[in-house]
Write a protein that binds this ligand. Structure first.
Ligand code: UT7
Length: 323
């Protein structure tokens, strides 16, 4: 059985850090409110002129290097982003050029905070059907560009960053002992379209727009859908929750992560959380959390990692992988 195995990983966070206190100097909020309601302490913000493609290229180059390969070994780039450099072409095409890659194909995925899970699922299909041997999956965002910095209900929640993994096809036994992606489940329910959106875009307005969110509605769906898709992955794999080594959820709010822990009845020590330092980096949040835990030695080769996300659309889903 052909599997898509993660063989490299990389990340990039912009240098500038904005603390909660920095924000409370500008708008009517406080460090105490933000920490208590979200767990967020700070967020990274891209420098003026720094593009989503710059963040993505840095993370991707690191992922290729960590696998001991070069761009010539990569067949495809799948870039999950909601903050493209331009309306078109795909930012993935620009990343391809910036990497110096002159072969294969590259495209973007617009599944917002679920983008990395959707991207992994696309890469899994490309690899399993033989369309590509090695695929880069990148989540990259410059959320700071689409925030209304006067809206305290949203601007305190998001940050910028990028994370990437390189996947390679290899033959497995078809059991859960295999390395690679074991299950992928993705979902969309467009009835949630207006609960979280950017209120601009080429066919509806001349403006790029800003993030608008019904926080309570999104919170409710986030807990429900992320927990459900995690349980679906566990059931599909035939494993028990206790056998999962690490849960790497989308990083939107520590209270959402805590609530998922309760529903899965798993101890919080098994969850990777970076929301305090990164805030919500949308499509970049899972690969940033994953690479942090691999980098500090928590996640080790052979570990079973369950990733799940929920985002605007609504979109949601999960991927279970053995590193
Ligand atoms: O990636 C997926 C997308 N995003 C999410 O998953 C986020 C989901 N939602 C959430 O995380 C939470 O709903 C929020 C963190 C956004 C809000 O938390 P909440 O507990 O639902 O607060 P709330 O919106 O009910 O607001 C409570 C109060 C309100 O004041 P009143 O009406 O009770 O007087 C807000 O105006 O807190 C006020 N408030 C703030 N106060 C200080 C809202 N934002 C702020 C703020 N600082 N930044």
């Amino acid at each position: 059985m052909r599997r898509a195995r993660i063989i490299g990983w990389g990340r990039y966070l912009p240098e500038a850090v904005v603390s909660n206190d920095d924000l409370s100097a500008r708008i009517d909020t406080s460090d105490a409110w933000i920490r208590q309601r979200t767990g967020i302490r700070q967020r990274h913000v891209a420098a003026e002129g720094q593009l989503t493609s710059d963040l993505a290229t840095a993370a991707a180059a690191q992922a290729i290097e960590s696998a001991g390969l070069t761009v010539d070994d990569v067949d495809a780039i799948v870039l999950a982003t909601s903050t493209p450099d331009n309306t078109y072409p795909a930012t993935a095409a620009r990343v391809q050029a910036k990497l110096g890659m002159t072969r294969g194909f590259a495209f973007d995925i617009a599944a917002v905070c679920s983008g990395f899970i959707f991207g992994l699922t696309m890469a899994d299909s490309l690899i399993r059907t033989g369309q590509a041997g090695r695929v880069l999956v990148i989540g990259a965002e410059t959320n700071s560009r689409i925030l209304d910095w006067t809206d305290r209900g949203t601007c305190v929640l998001f940050g910028d960053g990028a994370g990437a993994v390189l996947l390679q096809g290899e033959t497995g036994t078809g059991t859960t002992a295999d390395h690679g992606l074991l299950t992928c489940h993705i979902y969309t329910d467009g009835r949630g379209y207006d609960a979280l959106k950017v209120d601009g875009g080429p066919s509806s307005s001349p403006l790029v727009g800003h993030v608008r969110m019904d926080g309570k509605e999104v919170f409710k769906h986030a807990v429900q859908n992320m927990a459900d898709s995690a349980l679906t992955a566990i059931a599909a794999s035939g494993l028990t929750p206790e056998e999962i080594d690490w849960i790497v959820p989308h990083q939107a709010n520590q209270r959402i992560i805590d609530a998922i822990g309760k529903r899965l009845e798993l101890p919080m020590e098994r969850f990777v959380s970076t929301v305090a330092d990164h805030a919500n980096t949308s499509a970049a949040s899972i690969p940033l959390a994953l690479t942090e835990a691999i980098g500090d030695g928590r996640i080790r080769p052979g570990d079973l990692v369950l990733m799940q996300a929920m985002g605007a659309g609504f979109t949601w889903g999960s991927v279970l992988a053995r590193l």
